[in-house]
Design a protein around this ligand. Structure first.
Ligand code: HEM
Length: 653
């Protein structure tokens, strides 16, 4: 009797499901309850898939730890292996799909076929017998890992269970503590925390016909397989009625393949680094503006993004960061999380910018984000692309007083060709809002630990930080073709560094600087500059800004300190003449990253440059330590201390 009930009730409900609307499901629910009352087992072969999207930037980032998560058809239920598993990724997210094997609507349980493998450098752990228990607000995903049956993941979010299917869209996926412990042990990881992992989607149906295999598709950050209708995830927040026919302009197009992320060498982990951005101020003005009565739209920060006010929104995320001796070369990959929804119902569109990854990597700096559009009621899905190019020219991060956070402020951004394609809003090259991004790390790296190991970790009082240098004069003149800055820093410090008291330290140079031993000066080669000739025939009023490169390191382990002075800029401008330079120091346990300041004033009284062919040389300019310079040395020398004189040569083209 029970057997008959199963054979009659379930297929009928399933077949008729495709013709039903959600509104008529009350009937199905009653019928299912009746089946439950008669004690019918309702597990039936099913189809569909369970997709786990792992995010590199998530709290518990398996991807960042290098753990490869893959689907394998070998273990687990047979019969499910005929369905293809969709895989894909772009480094920021990775998707793993498991085929649905059985669905039990009465207990809201889904069993998948196959197994999930977790692999790291030759170590491997496999979870089999994967089962989903769908709850009202959360789904537990359990499996057998080793010998133990564990709840491996939880996916928060309300699932829809109806007469023939179970669905969960974008459930917030996390790794359980038990699974984190088990994986840590099995894979030999020093650390793996539980917590947010990404998202989970469940799309399980009871089979009444042979399943149509889903085409394999590489994910581009949220695209659904083409056989599924695309559902606008923001329809509730910003409904756009179908069929409006406005002047739409350029239709969005597919971007090219995502460029590979840079491979960072020995990066530091960034946790919860903020990226503050507003996309484009004129677009915000347009969306929220009133072109016609009642046409004002809105901008919402969702899914973790927050509103800073003033047109700036914060996307925080985890990432990786490398500090470099020349601050301008620091690198960052920050996976920001969150959504900006630009809703302009009156013009029948919304634009969504989601999960921006900010990459700071010299000339390849960029913002990668998923962009989705609803135009006239049709949602086109998300496309992930490098939407903005960031111009780091002449920019460097500044560091917090504790040295742990690097911040790039107001980095200029431009729409890329891919950005123009996926947004369909503006042409490539259009200026966007500048972005400000920070990389907080746990401890301050000592960049010279390899060549100048300072043993002590005893604390040392930190002085005030010097103020940022004044703006350089903007000169209109001749761009330099060469030149250099020759400077011995401070003779007492140099002598002390080299003296056998009790053991000699060393003078080291990096990134193009050299040490001229007979003349006891460091030479920093010119990298750019401008020269302006003053009154004809009187070189005394000539002006110069010469930026040089290279680093001089005065290393004295025996006295537990080192000073690295890099990238000097010499300004020759009458009474405002000065030396601007980076200082990165370590004194005992105090490590202070590169801080740039107006270190010394240059006294031009009585200094007349010598002209030799195309080279103009100002020799032995007296240099006096400023208050900022004293702080740059962490108070080692008082303001007013006479430093070594500076010689600067500028070669004209
Ligand atoms: C009913 C349909 C629409 C109407 C009547 C309309 C009207 C307008 C008007 C009057 C402006 C100039 C606004 C200003 O300078 O303040 C404008 C600008 C703009 N519109 Fe629309 N629009 C429509 C649909 C769309 C759609 C579908 C999109 C793209 C999804 C779009 C994207 C833009 C953009 C990017 C600008 C330039 C904003 C800026 O200054 O940066 N518009 N539109």
């Amino acid at each position: 009797m029970a057997e008959e009930a199963e054979q009659e009730v379930t297929p009928r409900l399933t077949r008729s499901f495709h013709r039903r609307t959600r509104a008529s499901l009350a009937l199905a629910t009653v019928a299912l309850s009746a089946a439950a009352l008669t004690g019918t087992a309702a597990a039936a072969p099913g189809s569909g898939e369970v997709t786990l999207t792992l995010k590199r930037g998530a709290e518990s980032s398996l991807l960042r730890k290098g753990v490869k998560v893959t689907y394998s058809a070998k273990a687990g239920k047979t019969g499910a292996t005929k369905r293809p598993a969709r895989k894909g990724g772009n480094g920021v997210t990775q998707k793993v799909s498991l085929p649905v094997a059985d669905v039990d609507l009465l207990t809201a349980t889904v069993e998948t076929g196959g197994a999930l493998s977790f692999a790291l450098k030759g170590e491997k752990a496999t979870a089999t017998d994967l089962q989903l228990k769908i709850g009202a607000v959360s789904t537990a995903i359990s499996g057998k890992l080793g010998k133990e049956q564990l709840v491996l993941f939880r996916a928060k979010g309300a699932a829809t269970v109806d007469a023939a299917s179970i669905k969960l869209d974008g459930g917030k996926l996390s790794l359980t503590g038990a699974a984190a412990d088990a994986l840590r042990e099995a894979l030999g990881l020093a650390q793996l925390s539980d917590g947010k992992l990404g998202s989970a989607d469940v799309d399980a149906k009871i089979d009444d016909a042979a399943p149509v295999p889903a085409p394999i598709q590489i994910d581009q950050g949220g695209l659904k397989p083409p056989h599924e209708p695309l559902v606008d995830p923001y329809a509730a927040q910003c409904p756009i009625p179908l069929g409006a026919n406005p002047a739409f302009g350029q239709a969005p197009a597919d971007p090219g393949p995502l460029p590979a992320e840079p491979t960072l060498t020995s990066p530091l982990a960034v946790a919860d680094g903020p990226a503050d951005w507003g996309f484009k101020s004129s677009f915000r003005g347009y969306v929220t503006g009133t072109q016609e009565p009642g046409s004002a739209g809105s901008i919402s920060a969702l899914e973790g993004a927050t509103d800073n006010g003033g047109g700036s929104f914060r996307f925080s995320g985890d990432g990786e960061y490398v500090r470099q001796p020349s601050a301008g070369n620091d690198q960052l990959v920050l996976d920001g999380e969150g959504v900006l929804l630009f809703c302009k119902k009156a013009h029948s569109f919304h634009v969504v910018i989601k999960d921006p990854t900010v990459i700071v990597d010299g000339a390849n700096s960029r913002i990668v984000a998923s962009v989705g559009l609803n135009r006239a009621g049709t949602w086109g899905g998300f496309k992930r692309a490098a939407i903005a190019a960031l111009d780091l020219t002449g920019l460097r991060p500044t560091y917090s007083a504790d040295g742990k956070t690097a911040t790039w402020t107001a980095v200029p951004a431009k729409l890329t060709a891919d950005g123009a394609a996926v947004t369909g809003l503006y042409p490539a090259g259009t200026g966007l809002d500048p972005i400000t991004v920070s990389a907080p790390v746990d401890s301050v790296p000592d960049l010279y630990a390899g060549t100048c190991a300072i043993g002590s970790t005893a604390p040392e009082t930190a002085s005030e930080l010097p103020e940022a240098p004044l703006a350089l004069p903007s000169l209109t003149g001749t761009s330099l073709a060469g030149g250099n800055v020759r400077w011995g820093t401070h003779t007492p410090l140099r002598n002390n560094t080299l003296a056998m008291n009790p053991t000699a330290g060393s003078l080291q140079t990096f990134e193009g600087a050299t040490y001229d031993t007979p003349n006891t000066v460091f030479e920093y080669p010119e990298s750019s500059g401008t020269y302006v000739e003053g009154a004809p025939g009187d070189p005394a009023d000539d002006r110069l800004v010469l930026q040089a490169k290279g680093i001089a390191l005065l290393c004295k382990p025996a006295h537990l300190h080192r000073y690295a002075l890099g990238s000097p800029t010499v300004v020759i401008d009458g009474a405002n003449s000065r030396l601007v330079i980076d200082m990165d120091l370590r004194v005992k346990g105090l490590i202070r990253p590169s801080v740039r300041s107006d270190l010394a004033t240059l006294s031009m009284t009585g200094i007349t440059p010598a002209v030799n062919g195309k080279t103009i040389t100002w020799s032995a300019i007296p240099a006096t330590l400023t208050q900022n310079g004293s702080e740059a040395f962490n108070g080692r020398y008082p303001a007013g201390t006479l430093l070594d004189p500076i010689t600067v040569s500028a070669t004209l083209p």
